[in-house]
Design a protein around this ligand. Sequence first.
Ligand code: SF4
Length: 445
Amino acid sequence: MNNAKILAERREFIGEGARGKSIACEKNSASGAVSQRACVYCGARVVLNPVTDAFHIVHGPIGCASYTWDIRGSLTSGSELFRNSFSTDLQEKDIVFGGAAKLAAAIEEVAETYRPKLIFVYATCIAGVIGDDVGAVCRAAEEKFGLRCIAVQSSGFSGTKSFGYRLACDALMELILPHKRPAGTRGLGVNILGDYNLAGEMWIIENYMRRIGVPVVATITGDAAYETLIKAPTARLNLVQCAGSMSYLAKRMEEELGIPFMKISFFGVEDTSASLLRVAQAAGGGEIVRRAERFTAEQEKKTNAVTAPYKKHLAGKKAAIFVGGGFKAISLIRQFNAMGMETVLVGTQTGQPEDYEIISGLVGPDAVILDDANPSELEAFMQEKGAQILVGGVKERPLAFKLGVAFCDHNHERKHALAGYEGVINFTREVHLSMNSPVWGYVSG
Ligand code: SF4
């Protein structure tokens, strides 16, 4: 691995092969490194935004609201309200004299016009700098209008994107906790945490649960609604898909509501089948396990029959991965391994030490592993390792195309499902079409 182009402050965040398991992570980005991470506010907004019937009011300049407007490709089976973006549009005068009155007026307008049950109010950098008491405005609105109005103190500069996830989890706890049930009154259902119903992925998972006979109580937050969220304390188990964003909520729900949790992943055949079998065991065993065994065997056979012809064209090729959380990176490496491809570069925005330990055991000895990368590092290592496809999000797409390599969007803007067995077929087909496109013969990388 050539370290020549790497800032000295970044070296501890990068490792190769087995050394990748002990890289630094969960730290603030190095100043001047142009991190690929989003801000605290964005982290909070992406977790809460899929709550379909909530009003999301952004207390800040209009740019913060437009930056995250309809940020996820989350689908809804009910209200479309969440697809709007409301802002107090703070101006210079508000910054000098304070914006709290403007926020109170915005909440009043929403409360009186739409009579909502739930409003999330996000404090942005400017609200944090001028010191508006967003919490006090929200509490006063709850009393005045008899609704839930929850402040999310998410000034963009106040930490990392992971801190935003944590603030979103705190906001969800504030909503759920008053609906705590006495021990012994829980049903047989599960909550699904950390799936955001991108392109209908939550519906795919809910369908699997129905097929094996496990009821779903609340989905957090893909296709969530106020009335289903407040029933979450009646579940007996939490299933955590995106551990990076939802482990904190799962731990709080375990400690404060007595609901245990289990980490699962519905990306890739191996992880999907293993997750369904583990859920079936935890949900009571017996007939549920037998159904899960039958269902997974049947789905694996069908999926492998569809993906086999593509694999011939993918075997031996090299992939780079840069995604938000560790759980997705791990599932992607397994999917590439199953296709006969080699992962030569893998990084995440918010990975945790245990994620990097697993990742280092799944890749080869020369693979680069990095936390909180910047474009210059991604470029240098992709070229050095000969990556032929980059899997990432909207910020990584131009980099791949400028380097003349294929790209696969695995971020929250995408419009195609990549979860479950259906997702494996979509992913394999997309990787094949992108990598084996004749266009790469006409560009020089
Ligand atoms: S909260 Fe701050 S960092 Fe985030 S979008 Fe707004 S101004 Fe930018």
